[in-house]
Design a protein around this ligand. Structure first.
Ligand SMILES: [Zn+2]
Length: 57
C-alpha cells in the first residue's frame, strides 16, 4: 500500500543530516524534543553530537 509511503514523507527531517525524525510534521513544536527554534528538528544523533561538542568546550 502506498499509504505508508506517504506517511513516511510526512515526517520532519533532521535539519543537519536530512534523515526523517520520529516526529511527523503535524506534531506541534512544543510537543517535540530536540527541536531548535530558528533551525528546526534535529534527530537524536545530531542533537547529541551538537550537545556533546558544546559541553566539551
Ligand atoms: Zn540528524
Amino acid at each position: 500500500m502506498d499509504k505508508q509511503d506517504k506517511q513516511d514523507k510526512q515526517y520532519d527531517c533532521c535539519v543537519v543530516c536530512g534523515k526523517p525524525t520520529e516526529y511527523r510534521k503535524d506534531v506541534p513544536i512544543d510537543k517535540r524534543e530536540r527541536y531548535i527554534e530558528g533551525a528546526g528538528q534535529l534527530c537524536r544523533e545530531c542533537f547529541r553530537k551538537l550537545y556533546m561538542s558544546k559541553n566539551v568546550d
